[in-house]
Design a binder for this molecule. Structure first.
Ligand SMILES: [Zn+2]
Ligand SMILES: [Zn+2]
Ligand SMILES: [Zn+2]
Length: 317
């Protein structure tokens, strides 16, 4: 047992502890293993990453998923391989694993320490260039930021589904991914905003998640009474609509028109199996209003939404 075992075991760190404790980790530490152990003490699950940012390859037994994968993976298997196989899924706060012989070679060759953001209750909005940063400054609430090579990581409290390229130069890193540890950053961490969650609306607005209530204050004028032929629940429609509207209004600088088209197409495609009517006209008017509110000329918004609804209806749900 090392001194870290008493700290890291049986005492799951709350996020607030994580935030404060992480500040003690030295910025730019050369000793990756030492940094990793300090993070693990703070409740941050870590793994070694290569010089080129990527994870180390799987060992022979784990190659091509022969082991079935780790229990925490999407397609869960029973892999208990001692090596840092399966990228993010190997991330751990257990110092015995981190300092084990099976991890030693990877630490010696490591270029950077990686961590699993959702594993410590966080979401990283990875902004890869100046335009993405500019978008974030106009759209997302201020939070703790960490400088990266070309941009910044914005760290929020709360977890969500991860997705790459949700906008040009913007990745969401939270569940089932790793992020690079580039230092504790500066600023006060704030809660994950609904605008960030809305960036992956397509995946999260599936029927399986229809019961999720929207936290957005915006009130839709779509009404059940105009949709008596719709097979979806009112909550499902409102959640999808409000998330879509949030996506449109998040585009305060440019692209709100094409976003309106995409949202209309996505929402209309949900109703191709309904006998109808589903109140799609009312949904369309809501999207037009949201786009106009962020500066899209009304005729353009009308056209974009009408095209989106028409395109969506052609697709099988
Ligand atoms: Zn393995
Ligand atoms: Zn394995
Ligand atoms: Zn419907």
């Amino acid at each position: 047992m090392t001194q870290h075992a008493a700290f890291g075991e049986g005492q799951p760190a709350r996020t607030t502890q994580t935030s404060r404790a992480s500040l003690r980790v030295p910025l730019g530490a050369r000793d990756h293993l030492r940094t990793a152990l300090a993070l693990a003490e703070a409740g941050v699950p870590v793994l070694p990453l290569r010089e080129g940012k990527g994870p180390f390859g799987n060992c022979h037994a784990c190659t091509h998923g022969a082991c079935g994968g780790r229990p925490n993976m999407k397609s869960a298997g029973t892999c208990h391989c001692p090596a840092p196989c399966h990228a993010w899924a190997a991330a751990t706060t257990d110092p015995r694993v981190i300092t084990s012989p099976a991890w030693a070679a990877a630490w010696r060759a490591a270029g950077v320490v990686g961590y699993h953001p959702a594993g410590c209750g966080l979401t990283v909005v990875d902004l890869d260039n100046a335009r993405a940063l500019d978008w974030a400054r106009h759209t997302l609430p201020a939070t703790r930021t960490v400088p990266t090579t070309r941009g910044e990581h914005w760290l929020y409290l709360g977890t969500m589904q991860s997705a790459n390229a949700v906008r040009p130069g913007v990745d969401i890193k939270s569940r089932m991914v790793y992020a690079r540890w580039l230092g504790p950053g500066t600023g006060t961490m704030t809660s994950l905003p609904s605008t960030a969650r809305a960036l992956v609306v397509k995946e999260e607005a599936t029927p399986a998640r229809a019961g999720v209530a929207s936290s957005l204050p915006m009130r839709a004028t779509w009404d059940r009474s105009v949709a008596h032929g719709c097979r979806h629940t009112e909550r499902y429609i409102r959640t999808g609509l409000e998330r879509g509207l949030a996506m449109v209004t998040a585009h305060t600088e440019s692209g709100a028109g094409s976003q309106a088209f995409g949202v209309a197409r996505f929402l209309a495609a949900q109703h191709t199996q309904c006998p109808g009517p589903c109140g799609l006209d009312a949904i369309g008017e809501e999207i037009v209003a949201a786009a106009v509110a962020v500066g899209v000329p009304e005729p353009y918004a009308q056209r974009a939404v009408a095209n989106g609804l028409a395109t969506g209806k052609e697709h099988a749900a």
